[in-house]
Design a protein around this ligand. Structure first.
Ligand code: DAH
Length: 346
């Protein structure tokens, strides 16, 4: 009687467990089902632990039956698990369909800033024609930025180079790379030197399409014995050929800078209109690319060279201005505006 009772209970347990299994629709439900029906306190598992209380003659059959129920439930669980896995896979295949014919997404690649690219290109050309790169500070003194370059405090030329002053008296952000000339000369005198001085300069100025409060410059300086204006012209012309193409036409116009005498500005033929005249060259056919001249005797002296024995030439250019001309950039403010739409074009 007891035996039959237990057998019936086991059958009923199995039936309801299997029915519950059909209703389990995800992993969490399956785990819950397993605890309830195959866990330590599940009815069928309790039978094993209480087998000792069952009369000896009934034990084998009850034990065997309980075992079979357990095995069937385990098999059913595994089957259900596989079913659900297959269903989930089929669903994800359907929902997350990958169109392998779509073009791939390019990884985003960084690059050098156009000003850096251009700076490196110019410095590479300059080093090919014999200039050594020489770095000098961006924070300067009034003495180096002006006085030693023959621009005394009262000189009207100071207006052209207004700058940002620090709270330390006489300490300012350099307005040009020219003070580097003095640093280089003081370091090397009386040796001959041929250096290129690149770096950031600052000006207290109204910003516009053509002028910024910060920009790079590259200064050239050659000092030695018997250096003439012919060396200046020949070297700068060679630079222009290598930079803008062989046989590009150049011209020198007289100019004024306090630290050179005589002074000049070099133009290259407009590359947009080939000298015919257009909006970029303001109908002149020429683009101004640098200022230059023979180093003023006072500046040579300030650098530690005897102007009766030594002479030299110097030049200064704005690489961003050159980039603007070469790539027809209409506004110099794009360089430090950090707009990716501009930067990624280079
Ligand atoms: N320092 C000048 C400027 O910022 C540029 C310049 C002109 C540099 C003539 C030179 C030079 O070395 O000889 O406008």
């Amino acid at each position: 009687m007891a035996e039959n009772d237990l057998m019936r209970q086991m059958a009923a347990f199995e039936e309801s467990a299997l029915a519950a299994l059909e209703n389990a629709r995800d992993e969490a439900a399956l785990a819950q089902w397993r605890t309830a029906n195959l866990g330590k306190s599940a009815f069928i598992m309790q039978i094993f632990s209480q087998l000792g209380t069952v009369p000896k003659t009934e034990r084998p059959q009850i034990g065997q039956t309980a075992n079979q129920v357990r095995v069937r439930l385990e098999e059913a669980l595994e089957l259900r698990m596989n079913q659900l896995k297959k269903k989930a896979l089929a669903e994800s295949l359907k929902n997350e369909k990958i169109d392998v014919t779509l073009p791939g997404r390019h990884p985003y690649r960084g690059r050098l800033h156009p000003a850096t690219q251009n700076m490196r290109e110019i410095l590479a050309v300059l080093s090919q024609i014999g200039f050594e790169i020489f770095r000098s500070p961006e924070v300067e003194t009034d003495e180096y930025n002006f006085e030693l370059l023959n621009i005394p405090a009262y000189h009207p030329a100071r207006d052209m180079w207004d700058t940002f002053y620090t709270t330390d008296p006489g300490v300012l952000l350099r307005t040009h790379t020219s003070p580097g000339q003095i640093h280089a000369m003081k370091l090397f005198a009386p040796e001959s030197i041929r250096v290129a001085l690149p770096g950031m300069c600052f000006r207290y100025e109204q910003v516009s399409m053509r002028s910024e409060i910060q920009f790079n410059q590259i200064e050239l300086l050659a000092v030695g014995k018997n250096i003439t204006f012919g060396d200046l012209k020949g070297t700068l012309q060679e630079f222009a050929y290598r930079m803008f193409g062989n046989n590009v036409r150049t011209r020198f116009r007289p100019s004024y800078f306090p630290f050179t005498e005589p002074s000049a500005e070099m133009d290259v033929e407009c590359f947009l209109c080939a000298g015919k005249g257009c909006s970029m060259c303001k109908n002149s056919g020429w683009l101004e690319i640098l200022g230059c001249g023979m180093v003023h005797p006072t500046v040579l002296k300030n650098g530690g060279y005897d102007p009766n024995v030594y002479s030299g030439y110097a030049a200064g250019m704005g690489p961003e201005r050159i980039t603007i001309l070469r790539h027809y950039v209409e506004d110099i403010r794009y360089f430090w505006g950090n707009d990716i739409r501009f930067l990624e074009q280079f």
